[in-house]
Design a protein around this ligand. Structure first.
Ligand code: ADP
Length: 450
């Protein structure tokens, strides 16, 4: 069994992992840049070690610094959190080569799922429904025209190496396609150093539904239902809920079973998320994330399971602590992502938090690394906390979210809290009636009005 884990991350997710370690009697090691010497994860871990200057490329992304930190502290395993090195197959290979344990899937699985074409081919081969589109890379504008006329317009040109919504271009007809093809390639080349693109049918008004899966690396896997993450700004999720407002039990069992079976067959180990667009009752696979997701707490809330604990268990060679039959949904959970950003244009707003009070009470969980007097450094992601509420049903969860937002105090900086207060007044949100375009349309309508 692992008895010391190095947490290769910062902020709320580093705290999240440290908490699981503490409950399991495992020692934790925090790593930090010089900008994070006063960060809460540094205080909460059993040990802390500085790994470099503020820029992430020289600290949280520095593979030699992280491997050396394991050497110095005697940590046997690394938990990567999300972001940073969590889906970097080369890093995982190096960790394995140093006889350390990576708490996550194998380098091979990360590589297959990190490339969208091989991910789609693999999943299609395992019986997972995919968006109709090209078989693999589309090398020329002529080939793009042929495929698009076969699948029908509109189509979307996407980068194989894509992420964060970059390198994606919509084409409504054959004239738009030539431009979309060349700009998607240029953007992909600039952003990822790889100009390979592929083509998919563009879905007009889908929801984003993702399935949480867990494999033990020995050919067994379970699913923990879905999360609806359709509320997105610039393809970034901001509000997530479980169960999905439009998914019923037979649908959940069917798609969950397909996903669990697919990852079991490839011998997947650890937590994973199979992402789909969902339209007119059909699921279309878009990608698989081979890590713990930011929004994992809504799943934890409705299943009463600790997903980080399970990650550590399977990485240690232990079985999952539940079977599919043990997993039963209890109530409804919602998460909102709180960013240090100034509305209406979401400009980053780092700085000193003069006063902080976290909401509490029944069914409220605040995952945040903030404290009174903390100076948020300008170098990293603007996520400063996640507020998660759990109720017996969706209506109770919504009322609890509104109540908890009212209790939250973050003074000294601008945050996205007012956005959620406004969203909770919208009839569509209260009814759960929204798609992946809802938030952008609502935001542009409001900006236009102002
Ligand atoms: P990334 O890895 O860049 O986030 P994804 O493939 O996960 O890219 O897609 C991100 C978002 O782009 C989706 O959540 C959806 O909003 C939109 N999108 C992707 N593919 C399609 C498609 N075929 N039709 C319509 N929208 C799409």
């Amino acid at each position: 069994m692992i008895d010391k884990i190095l947490v290769a991350n910062r902020g709320e997710i580093a705290l999240r992992v440290i908490r699981a370690c503490r409950e399991m009697g495992i020692r934790s090691v925090a790593v930090h840049s010089t900008a994070d010497s006063d960060a809460m994860h540094v205080r909460m871990a059993d040990e802390a070690i500085c790994i470099g200057p503020p820029p992430a490329a020289e600290s949280y992304l520095s593979v030699p610094a992280i491997i050396s930190a394991c050497d110095i502290t005697g940590a046997q395993a690394i938990h990567p959190g999300y972001g940073f090195l969590s889906e970097n197959a080369k890093f995982v290979q190096i960790v394995e080569d140093h006889s350390l344990t990576f708490i996550g899937p194998t380098a091979d699985h990360i590589r297959v799922m990190g490339d969208k074409i091989t991910a789609k081919e693999t999943m299609a081969g395992l019986g997972v429904p995919c968006v109709p589109g090209s078989e693999g890379e589309v090398p020329t504008a002529d080939a793009a025209q042929t495929i698009a006329s076969e699948i029908g317009y509109p189509v979307i040109v996407k980068a194989t190496a894509g992420g964060g919504g970059r390198g994606m271009k919509l084409a409504r007809d054959r004239h738009e396609l030539d431009v979309a093809f060349s700009t998607a390639r240029a953007e992909a080349k600039a952003a990822f150093g790889n100009d390979e693109v592929y083509i998919e049918k563009y879905l007009g008004n889908p929801r984003h539904i993702e399935i949480q899966v867990f494999g033990d690396g020995k050919g067994n896997a379970v699913h923990l239902g879905e999360r609806d993450c359709s509320l997105q700004r610039r393809h970034q999720k901001i509000f997530e809920e479980a169960p999905g407002p439009v998914i019923d039990e037979p649908t959940r069992t069917r798609i969950g079973g397909i996903c669990a079976d697919a990852v079991a067959r490839i011998g997947y180990i650890g937590a994973g998320t199979v992402e789909f667009l969902y339209e007119d009752g059909e699921f279309y696979f878009i990608e698989m994330n081979t890590r713990l997701q930011v929004e994992h707490p809504v799943t934890e809330a409705i299943f009463g399971a600790d997903l980080v604990r399970e990650q550590i268990r399977v990485a240690s060679g232990l079985p999952l602590s539940f079977t599919q039959d043990d997993l039963e949904i209890n109530g409804h959970a919602i998460e909102v992502r709180l960013n240090a950003e100034k509305l209406p244009d979401f400009r980053p707003s780092p700085g000193r938090v003069t006063q902080y009070h976290a909401p509490g009470g029944l069914g409220v969980r605040m995952d945040s690394a903030l404290y009174d007097g903390y100076a948020i450094p300008p170098y990293y992601d603007s996520l400063i906390g996640k507020l998660i509420v759990h109720g017996r049903d969706r209506q109770e969860a919504l009322a609890r979210l509104s109540r908890a937002l009212g209790e939250l105090i973050i003074d000294g900086i601008d945050t996205t809290v007012p956005l959620f207060e406004e969203l909770l007044l919208e009839p569509d949100i209260l009814r759960g009636d929204y798609t992946i375009h809802w938030l952008e349309e609502w935001l542009s309508y409001r900006t236009g009005e102002a």
